[in-house]
Design a protein around this ligand. Structure first.
Ligand code: SF4
Length: 361
């Protein structure tokens, strides 16, 4: 039974929710990986893309208070709280340019001072100083928050951030769409419908976005695949997603520190099923910070075709007890890709190839 489904999926045929579940639960792991790798090889050969980026997290103060989050604090009274001004972030971005970055990834906590005018000012000042750097910024949850506190629609919030220099949106905040799971891990976060509506509007305005799945905590395989189904349906309508990013849950320093987190097989199965089920997503991106370098290298043969950049100054996953380094050099990313038997190719935010002079490579 699984053989027939695997062959069809590896040939690029669409599989149903029930078939994806059958693969997740019963396909031999190596066969699942081989089918996912066949899809990747047909599209990209042996090439694995990555970009050179850095994170700016304006504040860690957040009123949403998700139980799975080790990054945020509730109030400015917390000794771990920080809040950067626009000027401080523009200065910091200038220092990060020495790493040869082509993209700034800007996400953070949600609190009333960080409203729509704040982000308009941040984006326009960053673009004025560093017009060559692309801004991947604001999850759908943040767009909804700044729209609400500034009393504008999602459409107007996006029109204004875009006018200020917003280039693409990351995929965070999706977590697991299941209301049952959201009630456990993120009960004050906006529901799936809002997340999907913001991305639909972003795509309508021509903004490319990504989508994530936080897996390996309370969700069932059915809920994982239903999450992917909702993403696949939106992508059928809009074609606005660039990458799907499966994020393994890291329990350290969270309310759910008693959970083990997903094991190797669960990580590889989720990645491979995503590659086979999401036939309309161009890329399945590996977030090496959360996957770990060893599993990332292995997963390059289980459906990944893209890596989440050098990630200088990544703070969100590093607020857990994750052991991956704070940013990988391009050399380390390239050797990680080679360890996985593939060839590393640098790209920009929109997946155009980047050629560098040897001195800046
Ligand atoms: S995951 Fe995002 S929304 Fe939730 S508490 Fe952390 S920063 Fe806030």
């Amino acid at each position: 039974m699984t053989d027939r489904i695997l062959h069809r999926a590896a040939d690029g045929g669409r599989i149903t929710v029930a078939e994806a579940l059958e693969l997740y639960e019963h396909a031999p792991l190596e066969d699942l990986g081989a089918a996912a790798d066949e899809v990747v090889q047909r599209a990209y050969g042996n090439e694995i893309t990555y970009n050179v980026n850095a994170h700016l997290n304006p504040t860690n103060i957040c009123v949403v208070g998700c139980g799975f989050c080790a990054f945020a604090v509730w109030t400015e009274q917390d000794p771990r709280a920080y809040a950067y001004s626009v000027d401080q972030l523009v200065d910091r971005a200038g220092q990060l340019l020495s790493h040869g970055i082509t993209e700034l990834h800007i996400v953070g906590g949600m609190t009333k001072e960080y409203d729509l005018p704040y982000y308009e000012s941040l984006f326009s000042e960053l673009k004025a100083e560093y017009p060559q750097v692309s801004l991947t910024a604001l999850t759908a949850v943040e767009i909804d928050f700044i729209a609400r506190i500034s009393k504008v629609s999602h459409a107007e919030a996006l029109e204004r951030t875009r006018a200020a220099g917003h280039d693409t949106m990351p995929g965070g905040g999706a977590e697991v769409f299941s209301p049952r799971v959201r009630a456990i891990i993120a009960d004050r976060k906006v529901p799936a419908e809002t997340w999907l509506d913001v991305h639909r509007e972003a795509h309508r305005q021509g903004l490319r976005t990504n989508a994530t799945l936080l897996f390996g905590h309370f969700e069932t395989p059915e809920e994982q695949i239903d999450h992917m189904r909702q993403l696949r349906e939106l992508q059928d309508d809009t074609s606005g997603f660039q990458a799907f990013i499966p994020l393994p849950f890291l329990p350290g320093n969270t309310e759910f520190a008693y959970l083990p987190g997903p094991n190797r097989e669960e990580k590889l199965r989720t990645i491979a099923v995503a590659r086979l089920f999401l036939d309309n997503f161009p890329h399945i991106k590996g977030h090496w910070v959360m996957l770990g370098e060893e599993i990332t290298a292995e997963a390059l043969s289980y459906g990944l075709d893209d890596l989440s950049g050098t990630l200088t100054e990544e703070r969100i996953a590093h607020a857990t007890t994750v052991q991956t380094p704070l940013g990988l050099s391009q050399d380390r990313i390239r050797s990680l890709v080679e360890d996985g038997g593939k060839t590393a190719v640098e790209r920009d935010t929109l997946y155009n190839r980047v050629e560098r002079e040897p001195a800046t490579a």
